[in-house]
Design a protein around this ligand. Sequence first.
Ligand code: PMP
Length: 364
Amino acid sequence: SQDRVFNFAAGPATLPENVLLKAQTELYNWRGSGMSVMEMSHRGKDFRSIIEKAEADLRALLNISEDYAVLFLQGGATTQFASVPLNLCQPDDTVDYLVTGSWGDKAFKEAKKYCKPKVVWNGKSENYVRVPSFDGLELSPNAKYLHICANETIYGVEFKDYPLPGNPNGVLVADMSSNFCSKPVDVSKFGLIYAGAQKNVGPSGVCIVIVRKDLIGNAQEITPVMLDYKIHADNNSLYNTPPCFGIYMCGLVFEDLLEQGGLKEVEKKNEKKAGILYNAIDESKGFYRCPVEKSVRSLMNVPFTLEKSELEAVFLKEAEKEKMVQLKGHRSVGGMRASIYNAMPLAGVEKLVSFMKDFQAKHA
Ligand code: PMP
């Protein structure tokens, strides 16, 4: 609508307008309950219906089988950097990390406190522009898991297919924070998927974990209660007070994604949006540049630089005047980054592309 901007932030990020409006109408008095979701007991039947529907809709979206538990947790994806090793291995166990950006690197560093992680590949020396070929990887034959970050939010590098762990009894673990529910994913390829909600599916404060049930129940002895998947699985994410309002918002987003026709349809829209933006960059004769290898460019986070880097501040300022905000790249890499999650309308990307063309015409 008129008074909203196109928000290209990496997270917290734009949410679907219809979801916000629905939450607004339900905010003061949720479906005749006489109170808002923020005020409800998490153990009452109203909230239980909310969390159960959110889980059921997510299971439908990603086709998650009963072999997996779905947990709604707190502490962001960052907490999972510790929870994953604490729950999936013992202190002397080897685990593998394939590092395609700074989030994967952070996950690896945290794991060092709880087990023996090995970096099997690190793209840092090339500024994280690609995913390696899986054939040449020297994976540990005894690793309990292989960890990847499915979409590196800062560098815009996204796995398009997935490696197998080196250990046939090991599992693949993925941080899907920034491409969660952006396309269909075969969950059965993974032992565990985790995602902070605040990019594609809701507000910050909720972290979703999808974990194969047979992996639950072997946490290290030092594992805090709040990080133990068994505690949360046994209690249907209601061991303690969960982030109720955030879970409610995620539920509204899941409902909306189902109404759009599910993740196959959502993926088509995301491909179209990303396609026109990458095309505009590639066809700019070097005025704009995206350093990421074409085959692994993210559908969600599009980083680009200006050939004349002195124009970057002007670009940002003029974009903001046109109601396109949060286009500044992450402080660690500079340049620009357009995050175009599910909820970014095609009109937002079209407006950005047309702005970019005008800007180039003025400044080339
Ligand atoms: N992993 C990825 C891929 C991310 O993009 C982020 C946040 N930008 C995180 C982990 C950390 O998430 P949180 O802030 O929820 O802890």
